[in-house]
Ligand binder design. Structure first.
Ligand code: DLL
Length: 433
């Protein structure tokens, strides 16, 4: 089922016309209400009246994360504070968080967009959805919650953590949709095994709505095999709204973007040049219906490609290909660009090792040095030194084939890499330690 066929299956011409009208309104709104944007637009010689076509989007300057930090907490609000009914924030590793403010209308839009991704994943009003995203400043919990309710699903707001209890509820309540980060879904499956629960037989889960972090194709397959369910990827970010920006349908060929609410471009991350449709690059998002905190041309740092061919599901919305990584996650090791997702794609599914790993990066002289911690699947190999050596050689060989460089590998004991109920920390960066 499609939640909003009128918008999700419309002709691109009609959507483009709608996008233009909404872009014009958004530019006018921020020009009149947000001094930060007015200054930037004035400097670029852009007045709201001068936006005549979607091509004019290119004339609008980019917005970056630091702009949000510099305007902490309320500097980018385009509605009076009294009209804001919810605040969320993304933690960020350093300094002040990024704040997102929502008006009543923004929350309605958010629920509408979540309803779309729920139906894309195959959810309906008969489902029991256990939301294992954190409820709090993180947008995952509350974001999914209200959209699932809008669809009519029964929501179990179990939040993240307390994994044994999650499993008990899942079993007793007959949960059919698991909503979590992919890392947490992996961890839950491990705890289930320890508890003697066979997740394929003893639980009724049939859909995984995963998001909040990237997964390699291999990890997505691993999750599908472990859970025996349809796993969908869902994308979003606090700055733009939270989850609900895009999500996969059952055909799993990219995440459908609600382009009646967001305009997406890809740019060359180094030069800022806008790339032709369908090119791989950094995704830039403009919100065109947000009232409380619209963002113009936000540089997401997420690297991907936008697919414009129609999907078999009948939706005509463009799709975001699986995110390959963030430009700021990219490591330069021995002069070669390395993404954690590439390491994941090599390690997940290899015989003898578990799908948990961590990259430890240190400074060595003027260059970066990387060590890959790889967890053994079980204790059986610990006694067999030559088998361990062979496994290490195999891992090194496979990594070299994909990354093009020799890497240091350390095999570590089963269950020694930290598990998470949220987003996994795949890189331990000790360069400034
Ligand atoms: O993670 C919002 C969200 C919650 C999306 C739950 C989906 C489900 P932030 O904490 O602001 O917001 O982090 C946003 O996480 O720029 C991406 O780098 C990454 N990310 C989120 N979803 C995906 C995904 C939420 N499906 C940042 N694939 C984004 C790859 C993702 N990366």
């Amino acid at each position: 089922m499609i939640w909003n066929p009128e918008m999700e299956c419309n002709s691109r011409g009609t959507i483009k016309q709608l996008q233009l009208e909404r872009l014009q309104e958004t530019v006018k709104r921020v020009y009149e209400n947000v001094p930060f944007y007015r200054k930037k637009l004035d400097e670029a010689g852009v007045t709201p009246d001068s936006i005549k076509s979607l091509e004019d989007l290119k004339r609008i300057p980019f917005t970056v994360k630091n702009d949000l930090r510099d305007n902490y907490p309320y500097g980018l609000f385009a509605s009076p504070l009294k009209d804001m009914v919810r605040l969320h924030a993304s933690s960020g590793t350093t300094g002040k968080p990024i704040v997102a403010g929502y008006t009543k209308k923004d929350l309605d839009t958010w629920s509408e967009l979540i309803a779309r991704i729920v139906m894309q994943a195959g959810g309906c009003d008969e489902d029991i959805a256990q939301v294992c995203f954190g409820y709090g400043l993180f947008t995952g919990g509350f974001g999914l919650h209200y959209g699932l309710e809008k669809v009519g699903a029964t929501v179990v707001p179990s939040s993240s953590g307390n994994t044994e209890k999650q499993l008990m509820l899942m079993k007793d309540f007959g949960t059919t949709i698991l909503v979590s980060t992919p890392s947490y879904a992996l961890y839950i499956s491990e705890v289930a095994e320890e508890m003697g629960i066979d997740i394929k037989k003893d639980l009724k889960v049939k859909i995984g709505m995963f998001g909040g972090e990237g997964t390699s194709e291999e990890m997505a397959k691993e999750l599908e095999n472990r859970w025996g369910i349809l796993c969908t990827e869902n994308y979003g970010l606090t700055e733009v709204m939270g989850p609900g920006v895009a999500g996969e349908c059952e055909h799993k060929c990219g995440m459908h973007i609600s382009d009646d609410h967001f305009i997406v471009e890809t740019i060359n991350p180094e030069t800022g040049e806008v790339l032709p449709e369908g090119s791989f690059g950094e995704m830039v998002i403009t919100t065109i219906t947000k009232e409380g905190m619209p963002v113009l041309r936000y540089r997401t740092k997420d690297l991907t490609r936008i697919i414009y061919e129609p999907c078999k599901c009948g939706r005509t919305t463009p799709r975001i290909e699986r995110i390959q990584g963030r430009s700021d996650d990219m490591l330069i090791i021995k002069g070669v660009n390395v993404f954690p997702s590439q390491v994941e794609s090599v390690l997940v599914g290899m015989q003898g090792i578990a799908p948990f790993f961590q990259l430890v990066v240190r400074k060595k002289g003027f260059t970066d040095d990387m060590e890959v911690l790889v967890e053994l699947a079980d204790n059986s190999l610990l006694e067999d030194f030559s088998a361990l050596e062979q496994l290490e050689r195999d891992v090194k060989h496979n990594l070299k084939t994909v990354l093009g460089i020799e890497t240091k590998v350390r095999l570590v004991e089963p269950k020694s890499i930290e598990r998470t109920a949220g987003k996994a920390k795949k890189v331990l960066d000790l360069r400034n330690a």
